[in-house]
Design a protein around this ligand. Sequence first.
Ligand code: ZN
Length: 186
Amino acid sequence: MNEKYLSVSDGEKCPVCDHSTLKVTAREIDVPHFGQTLLYSSLCRNCGFRQSWQYPLEARTPHRYTLYVSDPSDLTSRVIKSNTASITIPELGFSLESKMSSDPFITNVEGVLQRARSTTQTLISWADTQEDKEKIEKLLSDIDRAIAGELSFTLIIEDPFGISTIEATNPKKLKIEELKSSEDAQ
Ligand SMILES: [Zn+2]
């Protein structure tokens, strides 16, 4: 992996422990499938707080990928998601906003559903009412049916930087649209 250090600043204020013990590093790295990427990482010597952000440097055309999943073999389609992309599954009422999940990942459709499942699972403990709890349980059982290949759904990835892609097992079930500008990628 090619990498280039751009800057290091030490002694920044840590957002967690408030000490001036935070070291922030900016690097340019070449990530397979994602291209040249700016990686910021911070690490606090005092409390161990650690965080990183990635920004793609090779902006491409904004794209929307829509995959229709209706067969268990569709679950093996490869999903390459950059941190600028959002994923939605309208039939499940599920969306993974780019802000919520800054980690880029490469997985398959089933892997996306597993992520959806674990995100949803954590919501249960936040549910205030029995009604909310039942809604979440219904969503979990829908996700499980989708993982088992018993539920058809649509997976949509929108990426204003056009880095994310879906490599469909059945290419006929994939629709690729170019978006005019990043404003269209909502
Ligand atoms: Zn700290």
